[in-house]
Design a protein around this ligand. Structure first.
Ligand SMILES: Nc1ncnc2c1ncn2[C@@H]1O[C@H](COP(=O)(O)OP(=O)(O)OP(=O)(O)O)[C@@H](O)[C@H]1O
Length: 303
C-alpha cells in the first residue's frame, strides 16, 4: 500500500521553500536537551504535525508560539511523554520518550518539572502537601527532609512559610502560580516546562512572575520550554522562539531574527499594536544591556 504522506506530493511553493529561519544558539551548547525529529501527529485523518523538527539546548528558554490549534499543547504533551506521536522521535536527555515504557517514563519524569496552565494545584491538599507530593511519591525521603525542602522551595519562589497550611482556594492567582512553580521545582529538575505561565495574572503579578522565572532560570541553570501567547512574557524571557505554522516549525531563532521572517502569521502575530509595544521593551532591554557592557568595559583595568 502506498503511504500517501511519504509519497512525493504536489506542494505549494510555500511548502516547498526551505525552512526560512533555523538558528541555533550562538555559543557552543553541546547536544540538545530535547530533540524532536521528523515528527508526525495525526488524529484520525487530520494531520496536526507534519515532519516537524526542533532542538532545544541546555540553558536556553525556548518559547513555542503559533495560532490556535497548531498543536503547541500536543507537542508539549509529547515532550512530557503524555502522548505519543504518530511517527518520528522525541528525545529528552538523549532518551527516546516516544518509545519509553512506564518505568523508564517515570524515571525520566523525575528530571523535569511542569507548570500547567490549568489545574496547577490539587484543590484538596494544602500548599505544603502540594509541593511535598512529588517528593513523597519517590518513597525515599524522610518527612523531616521533605519539610526542609518544601520550605526551601517556597522561599525560592517568594512564598512565606505562613502560606504553607493554606488551601489553594485561599491563594491569589500570583501565589497559586508560585506554589505550582515550587511544586514543579520540587525534585530539582534541570528542565522546566511552562504552559502559559502568566495567563490569568494582572500586569503587576505577571511582571513579578516573569522576574521570578528569570532569576530561577539564571540561578538554577535551567533549560526552559514555554508555550505562551503573551508577547511581553515571550520577549522578556525567550532566548529563542519557535513558530509553529503550516504543521511544522516555520522558523526558530532569537526574537529579532524571527520577527524579520516574511510570513503572514509572523507579521500578524508579532507586528500588531501588542507586538510594537513588546518590541519597544526589547529595544529598551537591548539598550540597557549595551550600556551595562560599555560600563563594564570602562571599569576593566587597562594593560
Ligand atoms: N486527543 C485528541 N484527539 C483529537 N484531536 C485532538 C486531540 N488533542 C488535540 N487535538 C486537536 O489537535 C489540534 C491541536 O491542539 P492543541 O491543543 O495542541 O492546539 P494549540 O496550538 O495548543 O491551541 P491553543 O493555542 O488554542 O491552545 C486541535 O485541533 C485539537 O482539537
Amino acid at each position: 500500500m502506498i503511504d500517501k504522506e511519504r509519497a512525493p506530493q504536489q506542494r505549494s511553493p510555500q511548502q516547498r521553500s526551505p525552512q526560512q529561519l533555523n538558528r541555533k544558539p550562538e555559543e557552543d551548547v553541546g547536544p540538545p536537551v530535547v530533540e524532536i525529529c521528523s515528527l508526525w501527529t495525526k488524529f484520525g485523518k487530520t494531520v496536526i504535525h507534519q515532519d516537524l523538527n526542533l532542538e532545544i539546548y541546555a540553558g536556553e528558554i525556548l518559547s513555542i508560539v503559533g495560532g490556535s490549534g497548531t498543536g503547541k499543547t500536543v507537542l508539549l504533551r509529547q515532550m512530557l511523554g503524555l502522548e505519543r506521536p504518530s511517527r518520528g522521535c522525541v528525545r529528552v536527555f538523549g532518551e527516546d520518550i516516544s518509545e519509553a515504557g512506564p518505568e523508564q517514563l517515570q524515571r525520566m519524569r523525575n528530571h523535569w518539572g511542569m507548570l500547567f496552565q490549568q489545574g496547577a494545584l490539587y484543590s484538596a491538599l494544602t500548599v505544603f502537601d502540594n509541593i511535598a507530593q512529588p517528593m513523597r511519591e519517590l518513597r525515599a525521603l524522610p518527612e523531616d527532609v521533605i519539610r526542609d525542602a518544601v520550605l526551601l522551595k517556597m522561599d525560592m519562589v517568594g512564598l512565606g512559610a505562613e502560606h504553607a497550611n493554606k488551601m489553594p482556594s485561599d491563594l491569589s492567582g500570583g501565589m497559586t502560580k508560585r506554589a505550582a512553580l515550587a511544586r514543579a521545582l520540587a525534585l530539582e529538575p534541570r528542565l522546566l516546562f511552562l504552559d502559559e505561565p502568566t495567563a490569568g495574572l494582572d500586569p503587576d503579578a505577571s511582571d513579578a512572575f516573569v522576574t521570578l522565572i528569570q532569576a530561577l532560570h539564571r540561578e538554577l541553570k535551567l533549560t526552559v520550554v514555554m508555550v505562551t501567547h503573551d508577547l511581553d512574557t515571550l520577549f522578556a524571557l525567550s532566548s529563542r522562539i519557535a513558530v509553529l505554522a503550516e504543521k511544522h516549525v516555520l522558523a526558530v531563532g532569537p526574537s529579532r531574527d524571527v520577527l524579520r521572517v516574511n510570513h503572514p502569521f509572523i507579521k500578524q502575530f508579532f507586528l500588531g499594536g501588542r507586538g510594537q509595544r513588546a518590541l519597544e521593551v526589547l529595544d529598551e532591554r537591548d539598550e540597557e544591556r549595551d550600556e551595562d557592557r560599555d560600563e563594564a568595559a570602562e571599569e576593566e583595568p587597562k594593560e
